[in-house]
Design a protein around this ligand. Structure first.
Ligand SMILES: Nc1ncnc2c1ncn2[C@@H]1O[C@H](COP(=O)(O)OP(=O)(O)OP(=O)(O)O)[C@@H](O)[C@H]1O
Length: 333
């Protein structure tokens, strides 16, 4: 049985829809990352799944139950790291952890848990005296304290320093290895790529893309940028067929040496931003969906390889601003 099943979920605030016919299935043991811009509807969706927010329509099943009718035993099987902390500020870290241990049947040992989130030195510090990042670490500790089957992580590493992020990642990886299902919302694409099996992108309350992390972006991922230098000028073409572009370039290069030739693939972040731009364009009006006639990342027209020859005038897509995608091949002088 999937850990989470959502069908046609709807939610509006004051008549304004913020979750619109959302469908999603998360399998047991899976880590799923929900990405999306501010206000996209991520927290609203997650809070409905947690049983903390009502829905207006659709079917939702979490660990076999409707969270709208959450029971104590069902809650004990889920862990929540929300965006805002709930622990009393005058407790020390250790007191808070011991206090919340009482809510769980088999809590993780206090010292082990505090150590796992890197708060051992702050165990005797009052929560009100912790930095924002240290409080976030405590939130994470309290969310995983009850060894949940399903863990909701709402932007768990926002505000953490790089070391804190790594510690939370290690904790999440350990939980995954133990079979915990994880639903993670994040603005960090590297975090989604590092931790999760699948990612989904939500914008305007709709899921516009769901894919295994390795396949995220579909044909956007297949788009490449061929960049080279021609007479001191940087030239650039975006294309789904970089080999053909390089072949044309070589044919037009008498000495067989293309200066500063690079073939670059879009980063996860570029793919994500391209998906959002496309969704924004679709929301604003009809767009072309033809994979050949449009460059899927830039939205530019497909390159005319005839214009690649040295000395030929470059069209607008040929000279698009370089955007520093990840290099996968580099050659040249
Ligand atoms: N209780 C509420 N009453 C009215 N509007 C709300 C309420 N909670 C959220 N919203 C609105 O619903 C929309 C979606 O909010 P939500 O918090 O789900 O987005 P999000 O994707 O989690 O954003 P972020 O990345 O900023 O956390 C936003 O426009 C927000 O202002």
């Amino acid at each position: 049985m999937p850990a989470i099943e959502i069908a046609a979920l709807r939610k509006a605030y004051g008549g304004r829809p913020v979750v619109r016919d959302l469908d999603l299935t998360v399998e047991a043991g899976e880590c799923f990352a929900l990405l999306g811009p501010n206000g996209a509807g991520k927290t609203t969706t997650v809070e409905i799944l947690e049983g903390f927010r009502s829905r207006d329509g659709g079917r939702v099943t979490v660990l076999g139950h409707d969270p709208a009718a959450a029971t104590r035993s069902w809650r004990a099987r889920t862990g929540v790291v929300a965006q805002t902390t709930g622990a009393a500020l005058d407790l020390t870290v250790a007191e808070a952890v011991r206090h919340f241990a009482g809510y769980h049947a088999a809590p993780r040992p206090t010292d082990e848990l505090i150590d796992a989130v890197g708060l051992t030195e702050q165990a005797g510090t009052r929560i009100e005296a912790l930095s924002g990042g240290q409080r976030r670490r405590l939130d994470v500790a309290l969310g995983v304290q009850g060894r949940p089957e399903l863990l909701f992580l709402d932007e768990p590493t926002t505000g953490l320093d790089p070391q804190g992020r790594r510690q939370v990642w290690e904790l999440v990886e350990a939980l995954r290895a133990q079979g915990t299902t994880i639903l993670l919302t994040t603005h960090y694409l590297d975090e989604a790529a590092q931790l999760c099996d699948r990612v989904g992108v939500i914008t305007h309350g709709q899921l516009i893309e769901t894919a295994p992390t390795a396949e995220f972006g579909g044909r956007l991922r297949d788009s490449a940028t061929v960049r080279w230098r021609d007479g001191g000028q940087v030239r650039e073409v975006r294309t789904p067929t970089p080999t053909a572009v390089v072949r044309d370039l070589l044919a037009a290069t008498p000495d067989g040496e293309i200066e500063d030739l690079e073939i670059l693939r879009p980063t996860l972040e570029e793919i994500y931003l391209a998906l959002l731009e496309k969704a924004d364009r679709a929301a604003a009006g009809p767009v072309s969906d033809d994979p050949v006639s449009d460059d899927p990342v830039s939205g530019d027209p497909a390159p005319d390889t005839r214009s690649l020859r040295r000395g030929a005038a470059a069209g607008p897509s040929d000279l698009a601003q370089p955007r520093a995608p990840r290099a996968v091949l580099r050659s040249g002088s």
